[in-house]
Design a protein around this ligand. Structure first.
Ligand SMILES: [Zn+2]
Length: 62
């Protein structure tokens, strides 16, 4: 049985904010969309953290 590459290694997608390449595997909720050729909006963990940090800063300013 031959397994397709994407089933073993996952797929490469880019972070919507910084453009950093990330790999998602088939367990990822965006995998099916990426496989269909769609461009799911995905944010890498680093940008997620900085986005949360920025949001917190905004709240503290108010
Ligand atoms: Zn990013």
């Amino acid at each position: 049985m031959i397994m397709r590459l994407e089933e073993v290694c996952g797929m490469e997608i880019r972070c919507a904010l910084c453009g950093k390449k990330m790999e998602i595997n088939k367990m990822d909720k965006n995998f099916a969309a990426a496989k269909r050729g769609e461009n799911p909006v995905v944010v890498c963990p680093m940008c997620q953290r900085s986005a949360m940090f920025e949001a917190k800063k905004q709240v503290e300013k108010e």
